[in-house]
Design a protein around this ligand. Structure first.
Ligand SMILES: Nc1nc2c(ncn2[C@@H]2O[C@H](COP(=O)(O)OP(=O)(O)O)[C@@H](O)[C@H]2O)c(=O)[nH]1
Ligand SMILES: [Mg+2]
Length: 339
């Protein structure tokens, strides 16, 4: 697809897919990309949410630095590399510092909000220290982080004036001991997010990886929307960005293949629940879902914070109870205004 400059207007998912899907190869001229970035006086912060990623985060930071070195002198593509760490116990912080990232403990950022609630909260708190005009997030557990993850994701937002949000797309293999299933990864995406979007947010059905951790927007846009905590964060951002700027200002870019650290199916069950809760929460706010059995009771009494998980184990059947509070953080612009 050409790098067009269509005016932002309402689009349906199919039309959006045709006009707003890019390929990383369209942005591989780093000199040109860096020049366009300079002309617009843009700076970029890249945020890596980290929890026990000592084995992968160093290589990812090196790759970012290598891309910066390939861009012309004095005009790096990424101006600030931030690692926001969940007090990892595997030495993540040391690795990230050694490789040159600016490192924060998620619990020390905006600590008056208490301990951080998972990935989404770490991402939200990082906005209080991100200086770039553009803020890009990238997962830090990618095993094959390649240069196009950076320039491919940044490409459309730097080069296409109407675009304010870019989401990564890729194939996700599933590696299990000796076997490799080329498109077997991304199970929550395929089994929860896509069916839910088809039913309730059809505008978003053109996204190949709606839960991808690699995406970028201008800081003003991220600062203007609330963030849901934990694994609800990406779903919430997709819905809130859509409402804020419309589909025409959103894009996706094919980055190739991403090999992710797999989680156990049982943990994915809870992740799936986080996605469902994000959708339910937004639908409730839009008046499309009535969740309180007695409408005279306030909604806060019905937070779905317990996940009862019935499982069969070698010791027999168990009913496990997981308590995960879903917190909605206010737009960072409001927080920074009052502090
Ligand atoms: N700071 C922080 N990072 C997290 C937390 N949970 C996950 N991450 C990081 O967020 C990224 C994606 O998380 P992951 O658990 O791999 O989710 P998945 O890839 O969607 O299955 C990785 O870099 C994780 O290390 C958390 O509670 N706090
Ligand atoms: Mg992962």
């Amino acid at each position: 697809m050409s790098i067009d400059e269509r005016a932002i207007k309402p689009m349906d998912a199919a039309e959006w897919f045709r006009h707003r899907s890019y390929d990383h190869a369209q942005f591989s001229d780093l000199e040109d990309l860096a020049r366009r970035k300079c002309e617009q006086n843009l700076t970029v912060s890249l945020v890596l949410p980290c929890r026990n990623v000592a084995d992968t985060v160093g290589g990812i930071i090196d790759e970012i630095q290598a891309v910066n070195e390939r861009a012309p002198l004095g005009a790096p593509l990424v101006d600030q590399i931030l690692a926001v760490d969940a007090d990892s116990e595997d030495g993540t912080v040391d690795v990230a510092i050694r490789h040159g990232a600016e490192v924060y403990s998620e619990n020390e950022l905006l600590s008056h909000y208490g301990g951080a609630h998972g990935k989404g909260d770490a991402m939200w708190r990082s906005l209080s220290v991100a200086r770039g005009d553009l803020v890009m997030y990238a997962d830090a557990d990618t095993k094959n982080f390649e240069p196009q993850f950076i320039y491919g994701t940044l490409g459309p937002i730097i080069k296409v004036p109407q675009i304010r949000y870019v989401k990564a797309a890729y194939r996700r293999p599933f590696k299990n001991h000796e076997t490799l299933e080329q498109d077997g990864g991304g199970r929550v995406t395929e089994l929860s997010t896509k069916p839910l979007f088809n039913l309730f947010y059809p505008e978003l059905t053109g996204f190949v990886q709606p839960l991808a951790g690699e995406f970028v927007a201008d800081r003003e846009l991220f600062n203007s929307i609330p963030f849901l905590t934990g694994y609800a964060v990406e779903t919430g951002i997709m819905i809130d960005v859509l409402k804020k700027v419309g589909l025409g200002a959103m894009a996706q870019v094919d980055l190739g293949t991403r090999q992710n650290r797999h989680q156990h199916l049982r943990d994915l069950s809870r992740m799936s629940y986080a996605v469902l809760r994000a959708v339910a929460r937004r639908m409730r706010q839009e008046g499309r879902l009535q969740t309180v059995r007695d409408p005279s009771l306030p909604d806060t009494l019905f937070q779905f914070s317990d996940y009862l998980h019935a499982v069969a184990t070698p010791d027999g059947l168990k009913l496990q109870e997981h308590v995960e509070e879903l917190v909605e953080r206010p737009p960072m612009a409001e927080v920074l205004r009052v502090s």
